[in-house]
Design a protein around this ligand. Sequence first.
Ligand SMILES: C[S@@+](CC[C@H](N)C(=O)[O-])C[C@H]1O[C@@H](n2cnc3c(N)ncnc32)[C@H](O)[C@@H]1O
Ligand code: SF4
Length: 380
Amino acid sequence: MAFGIYIHWPYCTRICPYCDFNVYRNRAVDINLWRDALTQDLKWFADQTGERALTSIYFGGGTPSLMPPALVASLIEVCKELWHPSDDIEINLEANPTDAEQARFRDFRSAGINRLSLGIQSFDDKALQFLGRNHSAVEARAALDLSLRTFERTTLDLIYARPEQSLADWQQELETALETGVQHLSLYQLTVEPDTAFQKAVDRKDWALPDDPVQADFYDLTQEICDAAGKPAYEVSNHAAPGDESHHNMLYWTYQDYIGIGPGAHGRLTKGTAKEAITGTSKPGDYLAMPPDAKFETEPLHSEDQATEYLLMGLRLNSGIETGKYEQLAGKPLSQARVTQLADKGLLEHDTRRCNLTPAGRKVLNQVVLQLLSDDRPAL
Ligand SMILES: C[S@@+](CC[C@H](N)C(=O)[O-])C[C@H]1O[C@@H](n2cnc3c(N)ncnc32)[C@H](O)[C@@H]1O
Ligand code: SF4
């Protein structure tokens, strides 16, 4: 079984108006305190996991490119001492493309990072301003070029279907990204999350998201362009040629084990036949002050919860789920009547081993999962 470690760095230079992650404004942080706390947490988890082959480490945020490279190096070393790193271990770091952060790319590579995930968001200065980003389009381009020269693998994030963005604008931005030869792209439709500055702007009617049919056009155009470039979607928002998928994110979508350290990080750990959901306390001050057994909350996942989580994660993948694994987790097979109904509607495909959504099914993923889980819900 694959096994990965997520490390959350909760600080950002500026909080973007669309973001609802567990993030805080960067200020002078005591690096020694963080090193000690995160190292102690890794040791605490190692006692629980026992020996495992370590297939990925993912520094996410927040903005982990604000971490001192020496801290990144030290945490990677600790992980490699506590578990057995696989030969092709993926060690990813999320970076914002400002000039200041580019200056540290080489040090991150020396620390052991072999995949950089760049939050480009847009190649258009007006859009970057709208998104509240603290970098320009020129910096985004330069960071991407430098990352491609520095790291074995690079992935980028773009946010599309923004107000005032035309389909032609998006086509140009996406083609610009693909022309760089980047190995992997995470392409997200702009979402207005509750309790964000964007939610307030939409409530004031300052602007609105494109209507549903226009959003669907953006999505379809995205698939068309990426398919033609040989980087089809392998998950709802993630595109790469076969073999270039994110190892770490595949852990989540195939429902394997991972631990999460840092404020608010989540983990899923199998212990014998049981599986546990583990969540770290979210406020950085509390996180630093509490010992591991107090800051991490553990909840047993019953077989129904595990089966639901597996469906929700696995059906995001174009390759779908293994029906045998579902049956093992749920203690019963998927409802054959439901599967046939959804297949007849063109939303789902299946054979004796797997079940996956069609392009039409992926557009209504949550409804399909609800249908599969409940025998008495009216059909879609
Ligand atoms: C943890 S965040 C990014 C990390 C990094 N600090 C950055 O901003 O580049 C992961 C990605 O989620 C996407 N994202 C976050 N909030 C979003 C929203 N409301 N709508 C669409 N995409 C969003 C952005 O593309 C972002 O790069
Ligand atoms: S999008 Fe990235 S930089 Fe912006 S607030 Fe969220 S985590 Fe921080």
